[in-house]
Design a protein around this ligand. Structure first.
Ligand code: DWN
Ligand code: ZN
Length: 423
């Protein structure tokens, strides 16, 4: 980051995993506003900042990276994403806590540190199984909310110096957790070094990231926004950690966020030997075409197809007099709408359960965010399911909407209409 000049955005140069600089261009979505910068309604949005959004792939380690990095101070100090209190996510967090404990024999009272701990929901699940916890999160309001639920949280970015400070003040960690935060960090080499210093010899770093193969295979292009600097395969993470005295010892595939991997990393002098799944997944990635330019070109082609098909579908419904609204106001929805050029001409509003988002408008499209109750009182004919990663939970609880003749447009992996007949 340009600490001296505090440039809000910088063009990447070398690969943050392998230092290579042979990049394949994958997609370029042009300038888009930040996906979590929900705005107060205004007469004019002319001064809304927008930053280039594009992805390239390193031909050496196959890291997919954004072309431009926005200053994290701009991205995260005031942040509207609070960990969803959905049933899916609560179950997932309990699952993660039990998985870490059982696979790596965490004794009761083990010290667990989480980077990007948000409102402390995941660490609460670790407290529930008897662990000592510490959160680290730069979003000041969220760190305060975590404190209120009894999860001590340092209001800071996790960095090398933070890791050393935690080590000095709290002692070494048995488990360091980074759920959906590692892909948000530019200098991951520094994080890897800090993690190694903070871990006990038998300690484990558990990293959960969206899985690049799921993104490529299921056309999840809306996972691409300014916060997600990196899109990882297991092989790429193995390259990264191998350079910093760490090694991937286990991997678990998970359904959350459109398909994620929970990658367990141990010290290379530690007791954890890599389990067979690690090499198996690396082989599968090779067979899938991780190292072939064509894989990325084909993905880009399919994305362009959705970018034409989805707006054509929505516009034809609107032209037929149908009312369309968004379901959910996730960050990814703002990429989807931005790439498809959909806005207030097509969508009347979008409903979301997050109180912080209510009364605001979506960045870029300026579609107003309403409460779920508003949606119940003013049901549209079609909901465009922006939060498609919760399709099962949402469609399950919206039976009444469907039974009354409402329909969902599920945009990913291919625009599809769901009606009561599909229940
Ligand atoms: O990495 C990140 C991922 C993990 O989470 C962050 N940078 C930001 C965030 O991405 P997102 O905003 O795309 O995440 P979600 O969890 O897919 O967002 C779902 C949205 O949908 C939330 O705003 C809550 C909302 N929702 C709803 O209104 N009704 C969700 C459910 C399940 C519902 O029933
Ligand atoms: Zn690389």
């Amino acid at each position: 980051m340009n600490e001296d000049t505090r440039e809000p955005v910088r063009l990447i140069d070398t690969c943050r995993v392998c230092d290579g600089n042979d990049w394949q261009e994958v997609v370029s979505f042009g300038p888009l506003p930040l996906a979590n910068s929900f705005l107060e309604p205004a007469d004019s949005y002319d001064d809304e900042p927008a930053y280039p959004l594009g992805v390239v792939s390193c031909r050496s380690c196959r890291l997919m990276s954004l072309t431009h990095v926005v200053d994290p101070e701009v991205l995260y100090r005031r942040y509207f994403y609070v960990t969803s209190d959905s049933r899916t996510m609560a179950e997932h967090m309990r699952h993660v806590a039990a998985l870490c404990r059982d696979r790596f024999a965490l004794p009761a009272g083990s010290f667990v540190v989480e980077m990007g701990s948000n409102t402390g929901q995941q660490l609460s699940a670790f407290q529930d199984i008897g662990m000592r916890t510490l959160g680290v999160d730069p979003a000041r309001d969220l760190a305060a909310a975590a404190g209120e639920r009894g999860v001590e949280t340092l209001p800071d970015f996790f960095s090398g110096p933070t890791a050393r400070r935690v080590l000095k003040e709290y002692g070494p960690a048995r488990l360091i957790l980074g759920r959906h935060v590692f892909a948000h960090i530019d200098n991951i080499a520094e994080i890897a070094v800090g993690v190694r210093e903070l871990l006990e010899p038998a300690g484990v770093f558990a990293v959960e990231v969206p899985y690049a193969l799921d993104m490529l295979e299921h056309n999840e292009f809306d996972t691409i926004y300014h916060e997600h600097l990196s899109y990882f395969a297991v092989d790429t993470l193995a390259t990264l950690f191998g350079r910093h005295g760490l090694r991937v010892v286990d991997v678990e595939r998970l359904a959350v966020h459109g398909g994620s991997i929970l990658v367990f990393v141990g010290r290379d002098d530690g007791p954890w030997e890599p389990r067979p799944v690690v090499d198996r997944m690396r082989e599968q990635e090779r067979d899938f075409g991780l190292f072939e330019d064509a894989t990325y070109a084909e993905f880009a082609g399919r994305v362009a197809g959705i970018g034409e098909k989805l707006p054509a579908l929505v516009r034809s419904l609107v032209a037929d007099g149908k009312r369309v609204a968004g379901y959910g106001a996730p960050a990814k929805g703002n990429t989807l709408l931005g790439v498809c050029g959909l806005g207030t001409d097509e969508l009347e509003f979008s409903i979301d359960t997050t109180v912080l988002k209510h009364g605001r408008v979506l960045p870029g499209s300026h579609i107003p965010v309403r409460t779920p109750e508003y949606g119940k009182e003013n049901p549209p004919d079609y909901y465009l399911l922006l939060a498609w990663n919760y399709a099962e939970e949402i469609i399950g609880k919206e039976r009444e909407f469907l039974e009354n003749g409402g329909r969902f447009i599920v945009p990913i992996p291919e625009p599809t209409i769901v009606s009561a007949d599909d229940l």
